[in-house]
Design a protein around this ligand. Structure first.
Ligand code: GDP
Ligand code: MG
Length: 393
């Protein structure tokens, strides 16, 4: 089921989140229906979406459906999950990296525990933009919807979103899905898509921040020196830039002697490009896969951070026993791994299948970015997946 995508149209990843039974799947189906009528999409029925396939993401089993559609402006991949725990796993493992989320809240209930939990996670994993859909407005009076909206704006503020500018659309996904053309039906979906188009920015490559090159490999060019290889994650790198090699407790100043792309020397390169960098005064033995080459002074190494983490159940390949403090295992992120210690809140323990906020200490200092995802493995089996939430001093 692919909607044709032309090369020049922008892409954006979104997803429905919110409390069970508030209408996330109905809304997902309604969006595809209305956009099909507009001539942009293909209708995907409720039943097709709800029959979510199982995915293996980093060893975690997640039930999730990805639906595609487009508006005049953009192409979208939309994730809908059947159950609460699927949302938790999907969000914490970074399985479907949402650029923006559609929070569905039923006017009949208002915000509920899972609305809050998903919103909190959305914030913690770095989803910057939210659009709210107050659903089931066909079942309540307008002043009830007004109250739900006021509550939602307060909740958004409480979780660090902008409760004033966040678009809140009211409608009935069910009516829209049934072909109702009224304000509550089709028109509410059109307003929602307009709000998503306008409020959730298209992700762009960051070419303005100081450069970061995660090192995948390194080799020696006889007579010249050490070349590190990787894909520039961020920024622009130029010949003679002052740089720093960071990771595994190492902080070594160097500079960019040459940049090569496809074996040709170039004066500069931009985020997204695969390149080799000849670094001055660095021995090959000093470089390790997993280190970063960064603009000098722009990044630092750290070995302690708060994390949002999910422990897999036994049937997902995880542990059978709970985790308590001083849990020591191998930590995997990007291209590197290192020994780590997990500490939980005093007196608490985490059961397999649960998620929690924990403090993780790495054996050596690495460059860590908030939002970076990782896994923890025991005997080569993934037992946990998580996200770096807050670097600690
Ligand atoms: P999810 O668990 O959030 O995916 O919720 P569903 O989309 O499965 O919807 C849960 C129930 O609410 C279903 O019985 C839907 O038919 C019903 N429902 C969804 N949207 C609306 C709506 O706008 N109005 C009414 N009256 N019922 C709705
Ligand atoms: Mg559902």
């Amino acid at each position: 089921k692919t909607v044709p995508v032309s090369d020049d149209i922008k892409h954006c990843n979104v997803g429905t989140i919110g409390h069970i039974d508030h209408g996330k799947t109905t809304l997902t189906a309604a969006i595809t229906k209305v956009l099909e009528e507009e001539g942009y999409s293909r209708f995907v029925s409720y039943e097709e979406i709800d029959r979510a396939p199982e995915e293996k993401a980093r060893g975690v089993t997640i039930n999730a459906t990805h639906v595609q559609y487009r508006t005049k402006m953009r192409h979208y991949a939309h994730t809908d999950c059947p159950g609460h725990s699927d949302y938790i796993k999907n969000m914490i493992s970074g399985a479907s990296q949402m650029d923006g989320a559609i929070v569905v809240v039923a006017a009949t209930d208002g915000q509920m525990p899972q609305t809050r939990e998903h919103l909190l996670l959305a914030k913690q994993i770095g989803i910057k933009n939210i659009v709210v859909f107050i659903n089931k407005v066909d079942l309540v009076d307008e002043d009830v919807v007004d109250l739900v909206e006021i509550e939602m704006r307060e909740l958004l503020n409480d979780f660090g979103y902008d409760g004033i500018v966040t678009p809140i659309i009211r409608g009935s996904a069910k009516l829209a899905l049934q072909g109702d053309n009224s304000e509550m039906g089709k028109k509410s979906i059109i307003s929602l898509m307009k709000a998503i188009d306008e409020h959730i920015p298209t992700p762009t490559r960051d070419t303005t921040s100081p450069f970061i090159l995660p090192i995948d490999d390194a080799f020696t060019v006889p007579g010249r020196g050490t070349v590190v290889i990787g894909t520039l994650e961020r920024g622009v790198i130029k010949k003679n830039d002052e740089a720093e090699l960071l990771g595994f407790n190492v902080k070594k100043s160097t500079s960019v002697a040459d940049i090569q792309i496809f074996k040709k020397s170039v004066p500069s390169a931009e985020a997204g490009e695969n390149l080799g960098v000849l670094v001055r005064g660095v021995r090959l033995q000093a470089v390790e896969r997993g280190m970063l080459l960064c603009a000098r002074g722009s990044m630092d190494i750290s070995n302690c951070f708060e994390s949002e983490i999910y422990f897999l159940t036994k049937s997902e390949g995880g542990r059978s026993k709970p985790v308590t403090s001083k849990y020591i295992q191998q930590f995997f992120s990007k291209t590197w791994n290192i020994l780590c210690r997990v500490d939980v809140k005093e007196g608490e323990m985490i059961m397999p299948g649960e998620h929690a906020r924990v403090i993780i200490t790495l054996l050596r200092g690495m460059v860590l970015l908030e939002g970076q995802s990782f896994t923890i493995r025991e005997n080569n089996q993934t037992v946990a997946t998580g996200i770096v939430a807050k670097i600690l001093p």
